[in-house]
Design a protein around this ligand. Structure first.
Ligand SMILES: *[C@@H]1O[C@H](CO)[C@@H](O)[C@H](O)[C@H]1NC(C)=O
Ligand SMILES: *[C@@H]1O[C@H](CO)[C@@H](O)[C@H](O)[C@H]1NC(C)=O
Ligand SMILES: *[C@@H]1O[C@H](CO)[C@@H](O)[C@H](O)[C@H]1NC(C)=O
Ligand SMILES: CC(=O)N[C@H]1CO[C@H](CO)[C@@H](O)[C@@H]1O
Ligand SMILES: [Ca+2]
Ligand SMILES: [Ca+2]
Length: 569
């Protein structure tokens, strides 16, 4: 514990991101995730691409986005839709060329936004040149991956080195005749793990980062970090009691997840970023417990993603659950002035509106956009897109295909990955082709950006109004207090100097009447700045009696005393 604290102090001094009093661009950014296959197709082949992204930058600007990250766009056999990379320093043909990428970087910066790459360091594709050479023991690649000749049983047969299981199920070891050895893979067998005990690998991956930094990118979102390092003794993991040796849950991950060496690697990446500037950022994807997640702050990450809203809440969550989740993150951040973040959705989970229902999803959009720190939006959630029903024949996600015809609907991540609904023309304006890689949701005729732009009471209007508020100091750097007004109503305030913003969210399925007098300055007048679409008519109203304020079922209202109500005109 002591060593962590002293390291904290060192980083506090050495990382200008934390020590300077003027906030950095990323500390209150609105971050947007683009899933490139489904964002915008520029050439009519039914698959989104970089020129498509380029043509829609204006939408991001209008949505008050400060930075976006692109899910993987590297060459890939697409066994795991881009997370199996066969060349870390190139662009997948279907997405475009390196020139297209360079133009996109320039155009993004011209539009005063930042561009972030998805960095996938744990593994490569088995088609990567490094793996192919490792297979043949060609130096320096021989030990680029984790190889083992296997365990010899008394009867002479060779078997896997230990009981480790892959995240996608089945043994984490696969035999290769060519090398007469097993290689280790935390994910699919086409995704061999890189060997971070080998300094050459550590340096090679640092050079991958430098390659993209040289192209002008502003940072990285780093994939699957807790799986980076493994215990070198390769001992069996303790059993959990789950009887199926093919289930990931069969063993307790004491040797394959959250290993101390992983944190040193992360620190090494921070040093690479700092070679460029203290404005470059690193965001860590880690589905780990609170202690292990928070530790990334100490080792030089700008922040580890906070998935609490995705993993720990649902349609039935109560007001207290949201308050606890928010307080827990704020209290556990280990560094003074650390930056919080709130992820509302991603390409691995059902969509926001599908998870919560329409009004509660709007309330969640309001909450994530107005809490301190970084707000993360998954593309399409800013117009309230819904999951799309995908037939077995149309299923593309390997996780869905592996589950078979009877189980695919539960396992597949395709429903949240269908094309962005731009307008009511062919394929929702995503593509000129009538067939697209995943089908367009049938609701696109009514649920699309162009239609919403014409309505002042649309999901997108709400998203724009609330994200505009983020630009004010009260949201950029205001203090936070959270309160339960009753069992169903959660409120928080943001406050700086004389400005206060109050957010009141009702998690019951019926209207609630609450007393706001404990939150509000006695003499101040409260205006409705904005509200979920079921209370849209209240915008601009002045609250007459703060003791009896009505909040609509599953809705949320934003109040201010000093800031004029949102006016889209
Ligand atoms: C970026 O802005 C510069 C200066 O205005 C301009 O010359 C350049 O063409 C722009 N690049 C792109 C890709 O928009
Ligand atoms: C968190 O995870 C680490 C490493 O997996 C483990 O040692 C620790 O006991 C866990 N902490 C809690 C509170 O579960
Ligand atoms: C399609 O969208 C346009 C512009 O948003 C709108 O004017 C038009 O009425 C819509 N057409 C149909 C058939 O919904
Ligand atoms: C959210 C996310 O990006 N998840 C990815 C984590 O890493 C594995 C393996 O690279 C991918 O399959 C997931 O999609
Ligand atoms: Ca295309
Ligand atoms: Ca690993």
């Amino acid at each position: 514990m002591k060593s962590i604290i002293s390291l904290c102090a060192i980083l506090l001094l050495s990382n200008p991101g934390y020590s300077e009093s003027t906030p950095k661009w990323w500390q209150s950014m609105s971050l947007y995730q683009i899933y490139p296959r489904s964002f915008k197709d520029s050439d009519g082949n039914g698959i989104g691409d970089l020129k498509g992204v380029m043509s829609k930058l204006e939408h991001l600007v209008e949505s008050n986005v400060d930075a976006f990250w692109l899910s993987p766009i590297y060459p890939s056999p697409m066994v795991d839709f881009g997370y199996d990379i066969s060349d870390f320093v190139n662009i997948e043909e279907v997405f475009g060329t390196m020139k297209d990428f360079e133009t996109l970087v320039e155009a993004t910066h011209n539009a005063s936004m930042k561009i972030i790459m998805d960095f996938v360091p744990n593994h490569s594709s088995d088609q990567h040149e490094w793996f192919q050479k490792s297979l043949q023991k060609i130096e320096p690649y021989t030990n680029y991956y984790v190889w083992h000749e296997g365990k010899k049983l008394p009867d002479g047969t060779i078997t896997v080195p230990n009981n480790w299981v892959s995240v996608f199920g089945g043994p984490a070891w696969t035999w290769r005749e060519e090398r007469q050895a097993y290689y280790f893979h935390q994910f699919a067998k086409q995704q061999p793990d890189l060997n971070y005990e080998n300094e050459d690998v550590v340096n090679a991956m640092k050079n991958v980062m430098r390659f993209w930094l040289d192209k002008g990118v502003d940072g990285f979102r780093v994939d699957a970090v807790p799986h980076l390092c493994e215990d070198v003794r390769l001992l069996d993991e303790p059993l959990t009691g789950n009887p199926n040796p093919d289930d990931y849950g069969y063993t307790d991950k004491i040797y394959t997840k959250d290993i101390p060496h992983t944190y040193d690697i992360v620190k090494g990446w921070r040093e690479v970023l700092d070679e460029y500037s203290d404005e470059k950022i690193m965001m860590i994807e880690a589905y780990s417990n609170m202690t292990m997640t928070m530790r990334y702050y100490v080792y030089g990450a700008n922040f580890p993603f906070n998935f609490g809203f995705i993993t720990d809440t649902n349609q039935d969550s109560k007001a207290i659950d949201f308050k606890r989740l928010i307080d827990r993150w704020m209290v556990n951040m280990p560094i003074l002035k650390a930056t919080a973040n709130w992820v509302a959705g991603n390409h691995d989970k059902p969509r926001l509106v599908t998870r919560y229902g329409r009004y509660r999803a709007e309330a969640m959009t309001i909450i994530t956009l107005l809490l301190p720190g970084v707000a993360v939006t998954y593309n399409g959630d800013e117009i309230g897109m819904e999951d799309t029903r995908i037939s077995w024949e149309d299923t593309k996600d390997p996780q869905g295909c592996n589950a078979g015809k009877d189980g695919y609907e539960k396992a597949s991540r395709d429903p949240a990955r269908t094309p962005f609904q731009w307008d009511n023309t062919t394929s929702a304006g995503f593509s000129t082709s009538e067939t697209t890689w995943l089908p367009v949701n049938e609701n696109y005729l009514t649920l699309n950006l162009a239609t919403q732009k014409e309505q002042d009471n649309s999901y997108n209007a709400l998203y724009k109004a609330v994200s505009a508020l983020r630009k004010l100091p009260v949201i950029k750097r205001g203090t936070l207090t959270t309160t339960l007004l009753n069992d169903d109503v959660f409120a928080f305030t943001r406050k700086v100097d004389g400005d206060v913003v109050y957010v009141v969210a009702n998690f019951a399925n019926k209207e609630e009447t609450v007393d706001l007098s404990t939150l509000v300055y006695a003499s101040s007048q409260l205006n409705v700045y904005y509200a979920t679409t079921n209370a849209h008519h209240l915008i601009g109203n002045i609250v007459k009696d703060v003791h009896t304020v009505k909040i609509p079922a599953s809705g949320a209202i934003i109040y201010t005393s000093t800031i004029a109500p949102y006016n889209s005109k």
